[in-house]
Design a protein around this ligand. Structure first.
Ligand SMILES: Cc1cc2nc3c(=O)[nH]c(=O)nc-3n(C[C@H](O)[C@H](O)[C@H](O)COP(=O)(O)O)c2cc1C
Length: 156
């Protein structure tokens, strides 16, 4: 089994979360390639997809949206996926208060479910401060725990 972790990033925070997920999966013995979204050349022949974006205006970045348009359902049907994002703590609180979905990862997951992929983990919303970060304390550890659980699901 070999998967691909893909992220978009402007300031490096989402990259760091993607790297942490990829490293943790590798440590659990799962083969994985890691790519910045604009560097992805080949998308075929992978067994699972982990896709992440910074949250911008309550949704995924334009680059990730464009990239999702290139994911062919026939290549990925029934294959596992997980989605992650970075966003601000206030965003999570606002979404909760208004009972609204205001996160890149939720929107990515929705699109991948439409492509008939199988969601094997709940979305990960990694918290960052403001636009440039840093990543909120404890979030890297939470990402490692998340990726360990994901590894468990992928091995099933
Ligand atoms: C134009 C713009 C819009 C943003 N909109 C939101 C938003 O709606 N909700 C939120 O939580 N964060 C928002 N942010 C903060 C981003 O989530 C933050 O910049 C991002 O997580 C940083 O990731 P990166 O370092 O990978 O670029 C916005 C940032 C920018 C630059």
């Amino acid at each position: 089994m070999k998967g691909i972790v893909i992220y978009d990033t402007t300031y490096g925070n989402t990259k760091k979360i993607g790297e942490t997920i990829a490293e943790t999966l590798k440590q659990s013995g799962i083969e994985v390639d890691l790519f910045y979204v604009k560097d992805v050349k080949k998308l075929k022949d992978y067994d699972f997809l982990v896709l992440g974006s910074p949250t911008k205006f309550g949704t995924m970045s334009f680059t990730i949206k464009f990239f999702l348009g290139k994911i062919k359902s026939e290549d990925w049907v029934n294959k596992p996926f997980a989605a992650f994002d970075t966003e601000n703590p206030e965003n999570v609180e606002q979404a909760r208060l208004q009972n609204k979905e205001w996160s890149a990862a939720e929107k990515i997951a929705e699109k991948l479910r439409e492509k008939k992929m199988t969601e094997v983990a709940p979305v990960l919303k990694a918290l960052v401060v403001g636009q440039k970060g840093p990543i909120v304390e404890g979030e890297i550890e939470r990402t490692r725990e998340y990726a360990n659980k994901l590894a468990g699901e992928l091995k099933k």
